[in-house]
Structures are given as C-alpha cells and as structure tokens.
Design a protein. Sequence first.
Length: 462
Amino acid sequence: MPSPSGPAQPGPAPACPSAAPDRDAARSGPARRGYRAVFAVPEFRCVFAAHLLSSLGVVVCEIALSVLVFRLTGSPLLSALTFALGLLPYVLGGTLLSAVADRCPARRVLVLCDALCALAAAAMVLPGVPVAVLLALRWVIAAIAPVFAGTRAGTLGEILGEGDPFVLGRSLIRIVNQGAQLAGFAAGGLLLTAVPPGAVLGITAGTFTCSALLLRLGTAARPARGARRRGAPSSGGGGRVTGGRARGALLGASLAGTRRLLADRRTRALLLLGWVPPAVVVVPEALLVPYGDLLGAGSAGAGLLMCSMPIGAVAAETLAGAFLGPRARARLTFPMGVFAVLPSLGFAARPSLGWAVLLLVLTGTSISYNFGVDRWFAAAVPDALLGQAMTVMQAGRMTVMGLAMGLAGVAADHAPLPVVMPAAGVVGGVCVLAVIAEVRRTRGRPGAVAAGAHPMRPGPSP
C-alpha cells in the first residue's frame, strides 16, 4: 500500500522522511522500527492526536444524541436513527464531494471539516432545538466524515512518505477508530450519569475544535494534489478553489472521478475487496443485542459482546504492525479476508456467552487484511486521484456496512438468530472468494486509472 509523495512540494517543508520506492520499504529503517518510526514524525503525531479527539467526539455525540432524542420523544426508532445516520450519509458525501480531497489544499479541508462538525455539535446544545433539526445536524457530521477521512488518507503519503510508513500510518488510524468505540462508549456512558446530554454534546464540540486547532497549527500547508498534477500556480497554503465556476465544477469532478475509479477493473476489484469483508463482519455485530437477550446475558453481557470485536481488531492490528514486515502483512490479506467470515459460522451452535465473545474477538482480528488492501489500492490509483479514491473507499465501506446491518435486522425478524448469523458467513464466504479471484485476475493489469499512477509506486500486487 505505498502512497505517492508526488513532486517536490512548494511552501513549508513537511516534517517527514523523504519518500522511498515501495520495493525498498522492507529494507528501510521505518519498516524495521514499525510504529516507532511513524510516531517519530511530529506532523503525524498531530494528525494522530487530532483523529483521536474527533473520533471520541463522534462516538460520544452518538450516545448523547441518542439519549437526548429518546428523552424528547420516547421513541426507540428515532433514538436508533441517530446511529443509522452515522452511516447512511456516507454515500452522498463520499460521492458528491469526493473531489474536494484532491482539488483543495488538504490542511484547509481538514480544518474546515472539523470546524463544521464543531458548529453542528454546538448547535445541538442550543435550547429548544427540534428533533428533526438534531437529526439533520447529525446527518451533516456524517456527510462530512468521508471527505475528512479521504483527505487525511491522501495526505498521509506526503507526511510519512511512500511504502510501509504510509501503511503503518493508516494502521494507526484504524486502531484509533476501534479504540474510540471502546473508550468513547465507556466515557459517554459515565458522562451521561453525571451531566445532561446537552453538556456532553458541548464536550463533543470542544473535541472537534481542538482537533481543528491541532491540524491547523501542527501540519504543513501544501497545495492540492490535483493542482500540482495540472501544474496550477499556488501561493502560500496552496491552490485555492474559488469562484462560482470552480464550485460548480466540484460536483462534476466528484462524479467523474468516481466513475473513473469504478470503470477500471483493477481498482474496482480492490474497492470490492475493501467493502465485502466488513459488510459480512457487521452482521453478527448488528445482532449482538438480541443475541445477548437470547442468552439471557443482561446488560453487562451485551456490553461485553459489543466490546469483543474491537478488542480483537486493536490487538491484531497492533501486533501485525509491530512485529511483521511489510511483505508478511501483505501476505495476510487474502487469508484474513476469508477468515473474517468464518467465526460467524460458529453461531449456528448457539454458543454460550464465553464462546460468543471468543468468536467475536477472532472476527475482529481479521481487520489485519487491510494492510494489503490499502497498499495495493494506493499503488493502483494516480497521485492526483488518491484523496478522492480513499474517500470513495471509505464511503463505500461505511455504506455497505449500513446496508448489511439493515438487511441483518430484516432477516432476524423472519428467521432465528442461530440461522441468520451463520447464513451471512456462508453467503459472505462465497462473495469474498469471488472478489479475491477477481483481484488475482487483475494482477499487473494497467487499467485506465492505474495508467496515471505515480511512476515510482511499483507496489507489489497480490
């Protein structure tokens, strides 16, 4: 998963090691030192801290808003909708705004996204805000998320350099995502026992504000990747996309870039490899509350079940990144992609609480398949489209996960849980194997998108 460094950057020099070809990654110091080399980059430390704050803010916001909506309406449906709105807008934001990641300077986009999220969270705190407005504000935060994630992913290559440092940087971002689920739900629950939901939402606004400040003060100003590729002039913080004409072209550029990515067989196969295993994994996760009730596990048991998968994910991601080299991690991709669907088959035996926890922890370990996906995907797209490509990857992943959760709920209304959960594993296994076969068939295929890839990104293919 090498990331392009692009041409020499004008303006302030990033505090990062120089990019190196991916073929040298296994021999480089950063590859040997693993996460320590990544954390040695001051700019990445700011990105990491900012992501930690904003991720915690999102999780705490979901909890507080769900409680607030339930208190105002007494409706479980509307309360649950606050969580659904965390996934559904991804497809719109990721499709219609994806070009922002490459057409505008990254720092400006990241700071603006955090500032808008902070304003949306602060508006939720205002007294007398209707429930419909609260849900709309949650929708805004979710629609911004894929643009933020894609822009951050695209700029990591400029901060860390190509090859394994970029791979490990992405890994640390995933660890934060999983860890935020654990810490965020715990912190949110504790806060709600002491202060009202409105005060917790105020804390959320503060986390987004602090994240914006960290990104503004701790990262270098760089021109937009698309502007650099076109040779557009830039000044100061980089090429500014201004004027009604440029804004009008944004939607067209986003849709055209998405079509270009999906039209290339190699890129499309890698997108599916990034989307299908998570869609299968979330099926048992979406049904944990009713499964805990089926076991009579109570609230404590349900909470333990919900924590199990993130625990497995954090452990596997950390161990693979710390102790395996780049080639070994890439070789895990296909086996772990298949393994992701296997633990759900164990639910056919209606396992007890302890065995169910073990199955979920094992499912979480499959997150390590992302090392190879990110590496190959970054090698398959051109530098000028990397941010948009990562935005589409993230938006598609969250969208299919949301759809899979919904389908799991529908299926569970018509069939027993010990049937639905393993059935998802069977269907998912067939789909994952088909996608892996397509990825293998497209190995070394220079499609329409890959033809514009950075010449110094050889990126070993599966």
